[in-house]
Design a protein around this ligand. Structure first.
Ligand SMILES: [Zn+2]
Length: 138
């Protein structure tokens, strides 16, 4: 039997992010001083070093910036998923995320394609975010 997929391990800075993902509501940190959105979650704004933080929901819409098709799994836990796509997605809000692109074969993926957020409840209390082609895009 394949080992279990690795799951998110929220820490103090990312716990709120993962709690919202678990509720199928992706949100990003926004600096309370200068308004910069940031990802990944962290304590200080990379622009102005303020620790004032708000959480703002995002649209979940974006475009595929780049991607890699994995024919060799990163670990045995992913062996039955190959080939799978690891994607860099630019959200409409201007932040770039790394996630799997699903419901899309390697031959259908293309840079610039519109994608939309999806969720995968992988285990009790653990949800991953991913992207799929927007309807009609693939
Ligand atoms: Zn700032």
């Amino acid at each position: 039997m394949a080992p279990a997929r690795p799951l998110p391990a929220p820490d103090h800075e990312s716990a709120e992010f993962w709690r919202r993902v678990g509720a199928h509501a992706l949100a990003l940190q926004r600096c309370g001083a200068c308004g910069t959105l940031r990802f990944y979650p962290r304590a200080l704004c990379p622009e102005c070093l303020s620790d004032r933080t708000d959480w703002v929901p995002v649209s979940g819409r974006g475009t595929l910036y780049s991607f890699s098709v994995c024919y060799r799994p990163a670990s045995e836990a992913f062996a039955d998923r190959t080939p799978y796509i690891v994607a860099l997605v630019d959200l409409a809000e201007g932040v770039r995320l790394l996630a799997n692109l699903v419901d899309c074969g390697p031959e259908q993926a293309r840079v610039g394609m519109p994608v939309t957020l999806a969720y995968d409840d992988v285990a009790d209390g653990a949800t991953l975010y991913q992207f799929r082609p927007e309807a009609g895009a693939a």
